[in-house]
Design a binder for this molecule. Structure first.
Ligand code: COA
Length: 161
């Protein structure tokens, strides 16, 4: 058994891909998956990516953006990809992209996107510092800058509702 290279902390190294199939019990009367089911899976994927980045326990602090773009029907394969967009002091923003794949034709569509902020915690539940995110590409660097802008807005409006 080999241990993964834990020295590097890039979005790619902590990326999580989860694949499952939509069963009738996951769907509403129209045969489309419930939004809450997708959100629960997205939260799980985000937590796994965050834990891979920090190698610490994490809790979800906020889900400030979820867009359900297209319905996902029963029988479709669903692929969730979670990637750390940015690491701040004790928190991280993870972006989750959800695709739906027709198992017969292989045709894929983007079905949902979510932005989830998680906080690393110690055994007592207190926030602890997260490792810095390293970048391999300019695209990753730009994504982190956009996450930084969103964080400002997120925290500025946190107590405003
Ligand atoms: C999230 C939690 C740990 C924050 O604790 P806290 O004492 O408020 O900590 P702080 O105010 O020092 O904030 C810690 C970090 O969380 C971030 N944070 C706190 N509330 C946030 C929110 N609503 N949205 C985004 N980030 C938030 C802060 O910006 C800070 O990040 P930073 O260190 O990178 O700047 C605490 O509120 C908690 O335990 N909430 C319950 C979590 C939970 O049960 N989730 C669902 C199940 S997993």
């Amino acid at each position: 058994m080999s241990t993964p290279d834990t020295d590097r902390r890039t979005p790619e190294i902590s990326r999580v891909v989860m694949t499952t199939i939509v069963m009738p019990a996951d769907t509403n009367n129209y045969g489309h998956i419930f939004g809450g089911r997708v959100l629960a899976m997205a939260d799980k994927v985000a937590a796994m990516a965050a834990m891979r980045h920090c190698r610490l326990a994490v809790v979800t602090a906020s889900i400030d953006r979820v867009d359900f773009i297209r319905p996902i029907k029963s029988g479709m394969i669903i692929i969730l990809t979670g990637e750390v967009n940015a690491a701040f002091t004790t928190s991280l923003e993870v972006g989750v992209r959800v695709e739906a794949e027709d198992p017969i034709t292989g045709h894929r569509i983007e079905a949902c996107r979510a932005l989830i902020t998680l906080v690393a915690i110690d055994r007592a539940g207190h926030p602890v510092r997260v490792p810095k995110l390293e970048f391999d590409t300019d695209e990753q660097r730009e994504r982190a800058q956009r996450a930084q802008q969103r964080r400002k807005k997120r925290l500025a409006t946190r107590d405003a509702y």
